[in-house]
Design a protein around this ligand. Structure first.
Ligand SMILES: *Cc1c(COP(=O)(O)O)cnc(C)c1O
Length: 396
């Protein structure tokens, strides 16, 4: 048999972590990696954080799963905290980011259905977006690598250019349900939406009674130095998908909505066997305990500025490799002149973990608990690696 036991859909790297501690991962032979990938923006408290670990251990021994058929004191408590700290009035818990996006799409369509406008089912989405890998989520993108071979895609999506307000407004017609976008694109290459773009979309939604849906699966949960990225812009969505950092490594997600937006999500319209189980709620609460306060968020902004400044200072020394730094808080990307994928692979051999993204960007997504010493270690190791790196001939 030629196929591997793990379905071979990922280019698995020789990095094989078996243990984690703080911002470090350790491989099978004890090799140490500085983890500035954080499981792709997931392990926001690093690895083995005592408060999160203890909460999961205690909850696992107390009650792991029941069913959404029963009352959920754990879910109610966490949903209330999310609502108290955001625009939202109600929350549906999921097990992953894409399920949160699916719930967001269904909530937006169902809003119009409930208002007697079932024809308003189209979401306008944007170039280079990433919303996950279900049939619904891949139908919302224009990226060939995600959709090839999976036709027919679901109807009801129209992709226009990101950050192009005129194109977005021109795409609105009588079938439009709303807009679905990442306020800061992650996989697409750390591309923040402009303020004019988001405020223009918000105004169009208010004018035409459309749903503004933010996919904050990657940029949410303190990553940018605000609990959610929309708070930087001061522009509230009607519906928001959250995941990745929300469980700090425990798989969970959430679809947040205003009372108005959730008007159609009545009894029996949606569900999940595991979503919002007591174990996930304990993990989410523990992460929230740490990150949902102004001191923590201010520290993320400060560390983000320090890291960014250090990277910007380093770039001119390696301007054959690096172009510029972009992003917000600790959601940073370095636009590269050489192939970012090959460079990310090379950095792993130097004990540094980062993530490549679209637009030839190397993402720098450390745990949010990093100290100055980790920033120094990262930038020093990166700079030394850049000096040694020989750009592969075909990618030069
Ligand atoms: C990762 C991601 C998703 C998908 O999340 P999964 O947990 O992999 O399903 C959706 N949207 C954005 C913006 C993401 O970064």
């Amino acid at each position: 048999m030629a196929i591997t036991p793990l379905m071979p859909v990922y280019p698995r790297s020789p990095v094989r972590p078996v243990r984690g501690e703080g911002v470090y991962l350790y491989g099978e032979q004890g090799e140490r990696y500085l983890d500035f990938a954080a499981g792709i923006a997931v392990n926001i408290l690093g690895h083995g954080h005592p408060h999160l670990t203890k909460a999961i251990q205690e909850q696992a021994a107390t009650l792991m799963h029941v069913s959404n058929l029963y009352g959920s004191p754990q879910g109610e408590a966490f949903a209330r905290r999310l609502c108290d700290n955001t625009f939202a009035d109600t929350v549906f818990f999921t097990n992953s980011g894409v399920e949160a996006v699916e719930c967001a799409i269904k909530t937006a369509r169902r809003y119009h259905y409930a208002k007697g406008n079932p024809h308003k089912h189209d979401l306008i989405t944007f170039s280079n977006a990433f919303h996950g890998r279900t049939m619904g989520a891949i139908s919302a993108t224009d990226q060939a690598k995600m959709v090839d071979g999976f036709a027919p895609l679901l109807p009801g999506f129209r992709v226009v250019e990101f950050n192009n307000l005129d194109a977005a407004l021109a795409a609105v017609d009588e079938n439009t349900a709303g807009f679905l976008l990442e306020p800061i694109q992650g996989e697409g290459g750390i591309r923040p939406a402009t303020h004019e773009f988001l405020s223009g979309l918000r105004a169009a939604c208010d004018e035409h009674d459309l749903m503004l849906v933010f996919d904050e699966v990657q940029c949410g949960v303190a990553r940018t130095g605000q609990l959610y990225a929309y708070q930087h812009y001061g522009i509230e969505p009607d519906i928001l998908a959250s995941a990745k950092g929300i469980g700090g490594g425990f798989p969970m997600g959430a679809c947040l909505a205003s009372e108005k937006a959730a008007a159609g999500m009545v009894l029996g319209t949606h569900g999940s066997t595991y979503g919002g189980n007591p174990l996930a709620m304990a993990a989410g609460q523990a992460v929230f305990d740490v990150v949902a306060n102004e001191d923590f968020l201010a520290n993320v902004r400060l560390k983000g500025e320090r890291l960014r400044a250090a990277l910007e200072q380093m770039i001119p020394n390696h301007d054959h490799l690096f172009e510029s730094v972009r992003g917000v808080g600790l959601m940073l990307g370095i636009r590269m002149k050489a192939d970012s994928r090959a460079f990310v692979t090379y950095l792993r051999t130097k004990g540094l973990l980062t993530v490549s993204a679209g637009d030839n960007v190397m993402r720098v997504l450390p745990p949010l608990i990093i100290e100055e010493e980790h920033i120094r270690e990262f930038v020093d190791t990166l700079s030394a690696a850049a000096a040694q790196y020989e750009v592969p001939a075909e990618a030069a």
